[in-house]
Design a protein around this ligand. Sequence first.
Ligand code: HEM
Length: 511
Amino acid sequence: MSETQYYLFLFLSFLSPVLLILFFNNLSKPKSGSRRLPSPPALPLIGHLHLVGGFFHKSLQNLSTQYGSIFYLRLGFYESIVVSSAPVAHEIFKTQDIVFAQHPFPKLCFGDELPYAKCGFFNAPYGDYWRFMKKLCISQLLSPGQLERSRVVREEEFARFVRELLESAKKKEVVNLGAELIKLTNNTLCTMAMSTRCSEEGDKADRIREYLKTTYEIGSKIVLGDVLGPLSRVVLWLYGKQFTELHLGIDGLLEGILKEHEEHIGERENEDLMDILLKVFRDDKAEAKISRIHLKSFLYDIIVGGTGTLAEAIVWLMAELINHPNVFHKLREEIRSVVGSTRLVEESDVANLPYLQAVVKETLRLYPPFPVTTRQCRQSCQLAGFDMPQKTVVFINLYAIMRDPEVWDNPNEFWPERFLVSNKEHKQDRTGGETLLSFGAGRRACPGSRLGLIMMHTAVAAMVQCFDWKFRVDGHSGKVNMEAGKGVFMHLAQPLTCLPVVHFNPFASSI
Ligand code: HEM
């Protein structure tokens, strides 16, 4: 039984008289205003649930080819609008940014049992707390100054990453690149956020990575509460224990690290994010009062938001490079001509590597780690000429927008050259609006985009500069299958298992 069928079965098996009344009241009518939104035919109760499969972004993209750039969808009790074109997304992100400045808050947040769900940054409503933290991100936590100060952390982590790969190459050991990259991004973010190198801290390492895995796995199930409407407590029965254990585990770990920081406040030469947040936490004159839970859940959001997204984006990029040796060699040649053959590529080189930048952009266009983002309108408004009542939930299909044939030439082709200045005559440059939306846009855009891009560029440049990559599956070589796995995060279905072969060893004299 597929996952969708399972939920469908679950949903139907809990039919109650209340639901039948709702059914006969014809709940499935799309919200209508001055104009009626297009919408696929709906089934009683489940609405359009049967039309979306395990590949949510693809299902929505397929529906948009029939129902247009804005249409209505009802998933069980979850009413939503789906947007799949750059001009309508532009209206949300730019023209009406303030109206759509929040992500919808999942109905099922377990009340007081899971305070993290209520205090998180991603779910925070547009209000004093979110604005305060956003300002803090821009001015301090993820500011260019703080990123410069934490550069040494990333350099150490990248060097360690390359050394480990050199070891694997020496032993002719096939590596799971995704797992290695998760370790790299996790260690770097944990060190920047709270000076905790996961893999060196014994069980802390595995615990954080385990928590992250579970968070990614069950995070998307929270929205099931909205889908099930009056039966949302079913999700609590199914996953409540898992959610609570996850929450308690994360909280215990972060609380321990927080206490260590409190004991050594002011002693660290290079402040980490927890030090900065602790100062704000203790400052009675701060613009907004943040609680201990806010502080911990913010740090966890940063680690959740940055670890998997970054690692997955790099996996897609390396897979494309393995399948496109011409791009790989062009990139290596660019790195060689700028960096030379005596040292490892550094963050400061990236500005002089336009082809590397184009390769990264092209990967994020084709494989946005969050293919669909959400918004909720804070007040009733009009979108693309349709009435939107207050609290309307909007799915913005970034994946579909960045593969729109109206905007991009050969949209499904991996062709980094489209981003080079010499190729400025492409369709996307004539639309006027923002079309590369991998980090979202507007007030709720990703605050970690600058850091994400720095890390992605440097990791890829180092992997290309130092190694040839032989893809191996069941002991054989060949092309990487670029099929995506099921789920709300975009990831490669098969693990990217490769044999690294040393091309250049930057530590040759010291190894
Ligand atoms: C390749 C890397 C990354 C990608 C593609 C990515 C993408 C995104 C997207 C699409 C959103 C939703 C934006 C919207 O709704 O408009 C988002 C939000 C967010 N991201 Fe990232 N992200 C990446 C890396 C990071 C990193 C490194 C961090 C932390 C340092 C981070 C922290 C966050 C946070 C906290 C939010 C919530 C923002 C809010 O609700 O105001 N992300 N990200």
